[in-house]
Design a protein around this ligand. Structure first.
Ligand code: ADP
Ligand code: MG
Length: 421
């Protein structure tokens, strides 16, 4: 028989703790092992009891739920945290997810909702290996202010299920933002057939992804360096081939192996992707530690993004893997950012304002926003901020967990992944 799911309840109000305990008392597989009334107590109990799940209130005197979650994710990475809060606005949810929460429940919630969340989070918990535990411990002293040395090669894919959403613009400027912060960064054009990175950076595809995908078994730093081209900004770029048919030789396995090899060389590998969900794109999304999922404020975009979230659940992507970003954001037009977040039940981690003049000029002249004369404009600053957030997110906790384990022995292909169980 499976072990019980051991739960710690954290809330400063004793009657709330008691109500939550009562909602769980008849569940055979769930055991409330302890209750804490403060963030400090929660951290102590988490270390002593190593619960499977912590139900965490946010508003508490002293260390609040966000602070306690952050500390617990560092100290006890095997424990999964579900936030309980009356607040459900996107900024709150984003902070909770960044602090390490796996799920959130908006108060008041019913027993069914609570039990479903506990089982869902428990069943999707990552297997923490000794190595990943050590890596998390090593990174635990890192704050957003210090340049974190513990960054391992993180793959960030920029994807939208709707073409023309701004993926290439974001991928290019995001990678320049990361490089400017001192990270050894590479940008890969994963839109192999009709990639735009070369044009948008004013570069020639003399070498391309194809030159490396032929040699995945013998990839070493020298070979990679000879194919990767340097952009004027200092960014390392791996372009798409000059003709669409040349991309045909690249397989899903090739691209996964290539990204895995690039992890050894770069702190960040940013991949611009095509919006069609073919094997190549899926291989990139699977391998990525974070997917920047780009939407716009209109119904077709929202519909496609919602379908992608369904797919990402079926593919067992962790909720924090997919980071929702609204591009061409405007207060005046379209569905509000708040409504997008509420509808999709996901935090919007960044809104990038619309600025057609500047963005189009940057594309036409092949001078990226973050290197050109407009680097202080709101659209550029927002992409720079997105880079900072991803750094904070990936260095403060899970970016390094199970990276290697996850990539081994996964069934490939969309159908293979969906029907693996
Ligand atoms: N924040 C923005 N404000 C205004 N226009 C934008 C913005 N981001 C992208 N665009 C425009 O949208 C179009 C598509 O952008 P692109 O980055 O090529 O998207 P994708 O790679 O998703 O197809 C371009 O014409 C670009 O100028
Ligand atoms: Mg593009």
């Amino acid at each position: 028989m499976a072990d019980n799911i051991r739960v710690l309840i954290v809330d400063d109000l004793p009657e709330t703790r008691e109500n939550v305990r009562k909602l769980l008392q008849f569940e055979q597989d769930i055991e409330v092992i302890n209750q804490a009334g403060t963030g400090e107590q929660a951290i102590e109990m988490a270390q002593a009891d190593q619960p499977d799940i912590i139900l965490m209130d946010i508003n508490m005197p002293g260390i609040d739920g966000i602070g306690a979650s952050q500390r617990i994710s560092e100290l006890v990475p095997g424990t999964q945290i579900i936030i309980m809060s009356v607040q459900s606005d996107s900024d709150y949810l984003r902070r909770a997810m960044m602090a390490g929460a796996r799920d959130f429940l908006t108060k008041p919630f019913g027993g069914d909702e609570l039990v479903a969340a506990i089982r869902r989070v428990y069943n999707k918990r990552p297997t923490i290996t000794a190595t990943s535990n050590r890596m998390v411990q090593a990174g635990s002293g890192i704050s957003a202010e210090t340049i974190p040395q513990a960054v391992a090669g993180n793959v960030v894919a920029v994807f939208s299920p709707k073409g023309g959403s701004g993926c290439s613009t974001i991928a290019i400027n995001l990678s320049i933002g990361l490089a400017k912060n001192g990270y050894n960064t590479s940008l890969i054009d994963g839109s192999l057939q009709f990639g735009d990175v070369a044009v948008m950076l004013n570069m020639k595809p003399i070498t391309s992804v194809v030159d490396l995908s032929d040699h995945v078994s013998e990839l070493d730093n020298d070979l990679i360096s000879s194919v990767v081209q340097k952009h004027k900004s200092g960014l390392n770029v791996l372009l798409a081939p000059p003709r669409p048919e040349m991309a045909e030789v690249v397989t899903e396995e090739n691209i996964k192996d290539l990204l895995t090899s690039l992890r050894q060389m770069y702190d960040f590998i940013v991949v611009d992707t095509s919006s069609s969900l073919d094997g190549i794109t899926l291989g990139i999304l699977d391998t990525a530690d974070r997917i920047v999922l780009v939407t716009q404020q209109n119904l077709p975009s929202l519909k496609n993004v919602s379908r992608f979230f369904d797919l990402s659940n079926s593919l067992d992507y962790e909720p924090e893997k997919v980071c929702l970003v609204v591009n061409r954001a405007s207060d005046k037009r379209g569905i509000s950012v708040k409504d997008i977040s509420n509808t999709l039940k996901r935090p919007v981690i960044m809104s990038i304002p619309s600025d057609e003049g500047i963005v189009n000029t940057a594309i036409d002249q092949g001078v990226p926003l973050l290197t050109g004369p407009n680097k202080r404009r709101p659209v550029s600053l927002a992409i720079g901020k997105l880079a900072d957030q991803l750094v904070q997110d990936l260095t403060s906790r899970k970016g390094v967990i199970n990276k290697v384990d996850n990539e081994l022995n996964k069934p490939t292909g969309l159908l293979g992944r969906l029907f693996k169980r």
